[in-house]
Design a protein around this ligand. Structure first.
Ligand code: C2E
Ligand code: MG
Ligand code: MG
Ligand code: MG
Length: 281
């Protein structure tokens, strides 16, 4: 494991080097201050309607620009945030920023259905009763169109405690938030089972798009068919090429997200894309 130390010197592994556990603790203490220091950003990745290739909405994705270690991906800091409880503050931050941006986009671009924005929710957040309060507060404050602010939850998160999740999700849906089932197909639950939850959208994991690109689309097709029968909107994740986009449209996906349409972008770029005024610095 190579690690940056001081200036630009790259140091290779030494036996005396801090353990992963030590690195983790250091990152945890840095993460506590990161929000106050404005090191955490929300990027937005466009989600495109396949029928006419218009931008239908965006997914909010967090980034941490660490002063020493550079950009740290969410796969590294979200688990640390979950374990330490910092995810609660991070989650509120992501929710508030996303709803505020969504309100700005909807003012700039009046379309039917309105633009949507989705924000990821993790386990600790769902278990806390405050999530309801947080969602209610941002919806009231921003006045975004009903259902246009969506929460993304993974199958495994929901399956940790299905009864509790079902109750919480029903109350969140009552508040007027949308619900997306994220990374579908990576867990062990069936879509038919998950239909008992008030999801309006499923996001098919990008592994199925990769399979399709390699000529194996049987599972993808059957997920899409079932989702259609259950009345769910379908977003395919990880559309990287024009060929992916065309094949996904042909199979019947409503929306796609991926490098073919745009990488996660700054607030400023997202506003440009929807024709809204530039974000204040
Ligand atoms: P996710 O929710 O499944 O987000 C989709 C991930 O796929 C993003 O990675 C996105 O940048 C990436 N992606 C999008 N298009 C493509 C593509 O065409 N090809 C490939 N190979 N990848 C693509 P990212 O931004 O690194 O986020 C990773 C995960 O971190 C997210 O997975 C989500 O689970 C988590 N995450 C990000 N932001 C938040 C947050 O605010 N809260 C929570 N709880 N989790 C978050
Ligand atoms: Mg997601
Ligand atoms: Mg996903
Ligand atoms: Mg994914």
């Amino acid at each position: 494991q190579a690690k940056r130390q001081g200036g630009d010197r790259i140091e290779v592994y030494r036996p005396t080097m801090r353990s992963d556990r030590g690195d983790r603790l250091m990152l945890e203490s840095d993460l506590r201050q990161a929000l106050e220091r404005n090191e955490i950003k929300v990027l937005f990745q466009p989600i495109v309607r396949l029928e006419d290739r218009t931008v239908a909405g965006f997914e909010a994705l967090l980034r941490w620009d660490h002063p020493k270690h550079g950009r740290i991906p969410p796969q590294t800091f979200i688990p640390i945030a979950e374990e330490s409880g910092l995810i609660v503050d991070l989650g509120v931050f992501a929710l508030e920023r996303t709803a505020a941006e969504l309100a700005a986009w909807q003012q700039a671009l009046v379309v039917e259905p309105p633009l949507f924005a989705s924000v990821n929710v993790s386990s600790r957040q769902l278990l806390r009763h405050d999530l309801l309060h947080d969602v209610k507060t941002v919806l009231a404050r921003t006045g975004v169109a009903p259902g246009s602010l969506k929460l993304e939850l993974t199958e495994s998160l929901v399956m940790e405690n299905p009864e509790y999740a079902a109750q919480m999700l029903a109350r969140i849906a009552e508040l007027g938030a949308g619900l997306s089932l994220d990374d579908f197909g990576t867990g062990y639950s069936a879509l038919a089972y998950l239909q008992r939850f008030p999801f309006d959208t499923i996001k098919i994991d990008q592994s199925f798009v990769r399979q399709m690109a390699n000529g194996r689309s049987v599972i993808l097709r059957s997920i899409v068919r079932m989702a259609q029968e259950l009345g769910l909107e379908i977003v395919a994740e990880g559309a990287e090429t024009e060929a992916d986009a065309r094949a996904l449209a042909e199979i019947g996906c409503d929306y796609a997200q991926g490098f073919a349409f745009g990488e996660p972008m700054s607030v400023h770029q997202a506003r440009q894309l929807v024709g809204a005024a530039p974000a204040a610095a």
